[in-house]
Every structure is written in C-alpha cells, then in structure tokens.
Write a protein that binds this ligand. Sequence first.
Ligand SMILES: Cc1cc2nc3c(=O)[nH]c(=O)nc-3n(C[C@H](O)[C@H](O)[C@H](O)COP(=O)(O)OP(=O)(O)OC[C@H]3O[C@@H](n4cnc5c(N)ncnc54)[C@H](O)[C@@H]3O)c2cc1C
Length: 457
Amino acid sequence: MKYDVIIVGAGPGGIFSAYELTTIAPELKVAVIEAGTELKKRRCPIDGDKIKSCVKCKSCAIMSGFGGAGAFSDGKYNITNDFGGSLYEYIGRKTAIDLMKYVDEINLAYGGEGTRMYSTAGTSFKTLCVQNKLKLLDASVRHLGTDKNYIVLENLYKKLSKKVDFFFNTPAQSIEKLDDGYRVITKKGIFEGANCIVSVGRSGSKWMETVCRDLDINTKSNRVDIGVRVEIPAVIFEHITSELYEGKIVYRTEKFEDRVRTFCMNPNGIVVTENINGIVTVNGHSFEDPSKKTENTNFALLVAKHFSEPFKDSNGYAENIAKLSNMLGGGVIVQRFGDLERGRRSTHNRIEENTVTPTLSATPGDLSLVLPKRILDGIIEMIYALDKIAPGMANDDTLLYGVEVKFYNMEVELDEHLETKHKGLYVIGDGSGVTHSLSHASASGVFVARRIAEEND
Ligand SMILES: Cc1cc2nc3c(=O)[nH]c(=O)nc-3n(C[C@H](O)[C@H](O)[C@H](O)COP(=O)(O)OP(=O)(O)OC[C@H]3O[C@@H](n4cnc5c(N)ncnc54)[C@H](O)[C@@H]3O)c2cc1C
C-alpha cells in the first residue's frame, strides 16, 4: 500500500495533520493507521452497574481510537504557551499561538459553535492568588465539553473519511527507513510512504521508544507529575470556575520548594478511572449537558518530579507508585482529607457519611501508604494554600483519589520542523514529548502538514 503520507495515530495530532493535508494538498494520498477503533465503536465496558471498575482491556477505549486520548475528554483547548507543551520552543511563540487559534476556528466550524471561551486576561483573581503565594497561569480556554467535543470529532471524521484511507485496529509494529521514504509494518499489511508522521500519544509511548531505538533517534526522559484528584462541592470553587472555567494555579512548597499545580479542572463533573498500560489511575470529566452535571467539582493536584542522572525511567517510577494503589485498593483509592490528616484510612462507613458524595466508586483506603512523603506533604501544603482563596478546600470531607499521574513522554530529538534526523519522518503530539495537550498536539499536526505540503509543492 503506497502513500505520499502515512500518519500513525488518529488522536488530535494525527487528525489535524490529515485535516490540513486534505485541505491544502488534496493531491497527496494519505493513510491513517490507528491501533484503536473508529469513534462510534469506542466503548469502555465500565457501566457503573455490572462492571464498576476497570477490567484492563487490551486496547483502552478511553485512550485509543479515532480522537485519541482526547475523544471523551472535557475538550478544553488552552490557547497559551504557558502550559500544555513546549511547542513554541521549536516553532516560535507567535506561530504556536496562531496555529492554536486556527485549530479553534476549525473546532467551531465542525460543531463547537456557541461554546464559551474563557480568559485569564484582566481577572482580579490573579491578585488574590499572588497575595496567597499562588500563581495563576495565563490562558484563553475554549471549553467544548465532552459532548460537543465528540460531535466535532464525528464531523471531522465524516469529512476526512471521504479523502483519507483509515485503517483501524491496526497497531503499527515497526517503522523501517527506505531509500525514498518509510515502511510501516502492521499485522494487517505493509504501508509505504514518502513521508511518515508519527502521532501515537501517551498510549503509544512504549512503542515510540522502540521506534527511536530502531532508527537511532536520541531521546530523553526525566520528568513525571504525581498526585491526587480532589473532589469538593462545586460551590467552593465556583467563583473561580464560573469566571475562568479552569484556573491553572501553581504553588511552590515551603518545605521542599517543589512545584505543585492544579490540573484538569472539571466543574460539576465526575471522577473517572483511566487505564494506562494496564495500570489504573484517576482522571476527571465534565459535561456541557445540564442533565449530566453533578454537584461536585474535581481537579488534580500534581507535584512535578524531575530526576537527574543516572536515573532515566521517570515514567517507570510513577507507574510503580500507581501500581501500589492498584495493589492496595484493586484500582483507585479514595480518602477523606480529614482521615489523611488524622493518619487513618478511610472506610466505607466514613465515605458513606461524608458530606461530599463521591462520583467514582473507588476503594476507601490510605493514600499515605502509597504516595512518597515528599509528594504527600506538597499536596497537603497546596490544599491549605488553596483554602485561603477558596475557603472549604481543606475541609475534612474533601475527597482525594489516588493515584493521578501525568506521564511525560520521553522527548524525541527533533529539529525546528518537528522532523527527526531522518528526512520525511516527523514526530508530533504527545508522543514526541513536545506537547501535553489537545491544542498543542493539534497545532503540531497542522504545522507538520503545512511543512510536507510546502516540500511537495
Ligand atoms: C481523560 C482525559 C482527559 C483529557 N482532557 C484534556 C483536556 O481537557 N484538555 C487538554 O488539552 N488535554 C486533555 N487531555 C490530554 C489530551 O487528550 C492529549 O494531550 C491529546 O489527546 C494528545 O493528542 P495526540 O494526538 O498527541 O495523542 P493521543 O490523543 O494519545 O492519540 C494517539 C493515538 O495513537 C494511537 N496509537 C498509539 N500507538 C499506536 C501504534 N503503534 N499504531 C497505531 N496507532 C497507535 C492511539 O490508539 C491513539 O488513538 C486529556 C487526556 C485524557 C486521557
């Protein structure tokens, strides 16, 4: 099967590469190879009734398939260089922002119209943060919501499937370099293309490592964020979420000067589990549809951990911590903040009597047996710091779910075109280690598509 461009991975990076190629270079023959299924077939078996927790499917429907890890996400597209990746370091700040705005326009045109754009510009909340040793990061946030995000993906698929050959349930096994391009080997066949865009996200990170090893591409990996997901009554954070939707707040701990941050805020949302390479961790969702809204808000509190030589396996470190919670709780553990502070585990009774009703059925337990002291101390300090700007945050009944991990893919050595040392082989999105978000991953896809179109002109 011969193509001009082979895209591996149909997450936002791959989708936006395909979108841009079909728009500006319709003469190019494009194939998208995806390990997961098409969008409408993506179903997580957890139904809350017969199956209450993760059954560790071989290919996780939440992480894989058309739409990638972002398909059932809250659809928050952050237009900023302050977080979400370091794309600007490769392509420049202005280009990065322009591309994120372009992606936003496409999302609106394909079903996101009418959704709200939040902004930190001019908010008085920034001052309140500074006064309490917290820092609010700058961003504009388009909140599509899980339901609208899905509609946008459906519409994009309708458009793309007419022009692009999609191969689902087709994990790429290896990539070989040819004299005039690349050969992508899968169980379902061999694909050859003059250009290859690899966009395999977090779920493809282990495979990405083997590709880099086979093709002698340098990588580095030294960062991981570890923490918990907090669930509180929505009213406690309402003054923040109603104005900003998602406040990205950073705190430097007094004890260790570690960086703790809020991440992935879901006003009136639910806490969910996530299966990463067979390890169950925690995450959150929220919905635009008023009937699906809950009385709780959830977000992660993550402590950044950077390792220095000789240790190289930052993700392995976090995986082992998450495995501990899986070992003790059979999955995700939930604990009341009051129980954590008193040095005792939470029990079913205490969770049942709690004034905050959990939106995820997790095992009551003791997070201090799972998280390293330094990380736990940072989280507790941050909870008290947030309590000053959102009183009620440090209540006994605040729920903490663990473990939440933000894995950073190893960084692949790329040039300013996101091209590897092999001409025509590009690595984009979260799988490259350059991006960690929907908007940055999508923007990187458009960027590379334009480069390929230019080269083929
Ligand atoms: C629950 C959840 C909520 C999130 N919410 C947000 C949010 O609100 N805002 C935000 O900015 N970010 C959010 N994120 C992160 C965001 O989804 C990612 O940053 C984004 O999806 C990265 O896009 P990507 O294309 O690089 O990779 P992915 O979306 O991970 O897509 C990669 C695709 O490649 C496929 N693949 C992997 N290996 C292979 C292989 N060997 N062969 C073929 N295919 C392969 C995978 O199946 C997958 O479909 C969330 C993530 C999760 C899990």
